[in-house]
Design a binder for this molecule. Structure first.
Ligand code: HEM
Length: 500
């Protein structure tokens, strides 16, 4: 107490002196403190006022889309994981409209569910929105894969990849794909299969011949094994610790790179490019000077196999589910396929590319499955600069997500969207409303191959077999694509052909 009530010996000179002075004069100390505190409050009010004026002017000129950013940092991440993602999107679309903001996985995002706005992001203003992936995925697939790039490097690679999967390039693969189908089907007979796992094995084999060609190098078996290890860690937490699936996957990725590099160098040395995507990439020279490096080729081959098999397998799993649940449709598809089979037998030939162009109903079943299941619910882009967008402002660095599923399930474009009805594709959908393979510069180069392998499998499966879904629980699991629960276990039996 004595400390504050003594009188000052001399006027204050320095901070230390002031403090010493106050020690001896508590009344002056208190009044100065109050004065300083008032000044501080005044300053705070002025700063806050200036800030809110700035924000007000800023938001007047540059209006962010409506929506909630949720809690600080975690945003609405918990909601998107606890709610069904489809209702998450639908509820917000109902509340805020076709363009709304949210905050998930630590990122501010703008979600887009109108065909016109999605087209701006993916097609007309695609240069303002770059593709974006978590760094762990980029490391696993390989940083030089085309998915992660924009501009000249992307378009050079895209042309090469596209040329490997054009109808003219894949039409000769029908008999190889058919051979793979005919190898799998007898192994399913009278057993219960996990549809998703079997479809993955099938789509993987097709992806391998499409990427590496039909040439059987000694390395191919090893590549398959390493790929399976890589895949196991791909959707795990990116924890780079001993024993984690991520660490194991990264080890497999390194070995995969070494194996592919040996394969690439072997083919370069023997001047045998071989077929498939690898052959095209090996043969590529930019204006006859710039050869692709081994790692550019390896990353793109690995990337394409990745993009090709899980996607196609998930869609095929849904096709089997929908045909199982719609018996009349299954019989109609079978009749269509029997017609083709009749022509094949009469002409004493094998199934051809042209046959697959004459399967309209089966094709519509695939289209309706792509729409209903929408296995790629959305894609990720990132604004490369501040963007004025449909009357809103999207700040640089924000993620932008065109919501394919919401567009595919909008009753304005697809009446009774929850109904599985392939006949809706008897007339082409409105432009930009059906995007199972994306749109614009990064759209899928493998769409024709995916459809072809589905058609060839359905030809033999519907003619020769029937399948019964095991278990009575309907539901969806995400791994990472939405697929029927438990990967759709089905019992496959030979089809009993009714006597005429
Ligand atoms: C039914 C099966 C498939 C579906 C639903 C599908 C869907 C998609 C979608 C929506 C995109 C665009 C992603 C984006 O814009 O961010 C895409 C890109 C891609 N897909 Fe597919 N895909 C399928 C099969 C395939 C196959 C069989 C291949 C390989 C032959 C393939 C290779 C690729 C590649 C390389 C890209 C990246 C293109 C780029 O970034 O320019 N996909 N796919």
């Amino acid at each position: 107490m004595q400390l504050f009530f003594s009188l000052p010996a001399s006027p204050p000179q320095t901070f230390l002196a002031t403090f010493t002075t106050f020690r001896h004069c508590p009344v002056r100390f208190l009044s100065t403190l109050i004065l300083l505190f008032s000044l501080f409050l005044l300053l705070l009010v002025v700063v806050l006022l200036l800030l809110s004026i700035h924000q007000w002017r800023h938001s007047k000129d540059r209006r962010l889309p409506p929506g909630s950013m949720g809690w600080p940092y975690i945003g609405e991440t918990l909601k998107i994981y606890t709610e069904n993602p489809n209702s998450f999107f639908a509820n917000r679309q109902k509340r805020y409209g076709d363009i709304f903001k949210t905050h998930i996985l630590g990122c501010p995002c703008v979600m887009i569910s109108s065909p016109e706005a999605a087209r701006i992001v993916l097609v007309t203003q695609a240069h303002l929105f770059k593709p974006t992936y978590p760094p762990s995925k980029e490391k696993m697939i390989g940083p030089e894969a085309l998915f992660f790039h924009q501009g000249a490097y992307h378009s050079r690679l895209k042309k090469l990849v596209q040329s490997s999967f054009l109808p003219s390039a894949i039409r000769g693969s029908v008999s190889e794909i058919e051979q793979i189908v005919l190898k799998f089907l007898p192994t399913w007979e009278n057993t219960t299969i996990n549809t998703l796992q079997e479809m993955k094995r099938y789509a993987f084999d097709v992806a391998m011949i499409s990427a590496l060609g039909h040439k059987q190098d000694s390395e191919i078996k090893g590549i398959k094994h390493l790929y399976q290890c890589l895949e196991k860690g791909y959707n795990s937490m990116p924890l780079d610790l001993p024993g984690t699936p991520f660490r194991k996957a990264m080890k497999a990725r390194k070995l995969l790179n070494e194996t592919l590099t040996r394969l690439i160098q072997g083919r370069r040395k023997n001047e045998q490019q071989g077929g498939g995507l690898l052959g095209v990439l090996l043969g590529s020279k930019n204006q006859k000077v710039d050869q692709l490096s081994d790692s550019q080729i390896a990353d793109n081959v690995i990337g394409v196999i990745f993009a090709a098999h899980d996607t196609t397998a998930s869609v095929l799993t849904w096709v089997l589910k929908y045909l199982h649940d719609n018996r009349d449709l299954l019989e109609a598809v079978t009749r269509e396929q029997e017609g083709i089979q009749q022509e094949v037998i009469e002409a004493n030939r094998r199934l051809t590319w042209d046959d697959t162009r004459h399967m309209p109903l089966t094709t519509r079943v695939i289209q309706e499955t792509l729409r209903t299941a929408s296995i790629l619910s959305f894609t990720f882009r990132e604004a490369v600069q501040d963007v004025e967008f449909e009357g809103y402002y999207i700040p640089k660095g924000w993620k932008v997500l065109p919501l394919f599923r919401s567009i595919h399930h909008c009753a304005d474009f697809f009446p009774h969207p929850e109904k599985f009805d392939p006949s809706r594709f008897e007339v082409p959908p409105r432009p930009n409303t059906f995007m199972p393979f994306g749109n614009g510069v990064h759209s899928c180069p493998g769409s024709e191959l995916a459809k072809l392998e589905m058609l060839v499998l359905l030809h033999h499966l519907t003619i020769g077999y029937r399948w019964q879904v095991m278990g009575d629980k309907d539901g969806i699991q995400y791994g990472p694509f939405p697929v029927p629960i438990r990967g759709l276990p089905v019992k496959v039996t030979p089809r009993k052909i009714k006597a005429a």
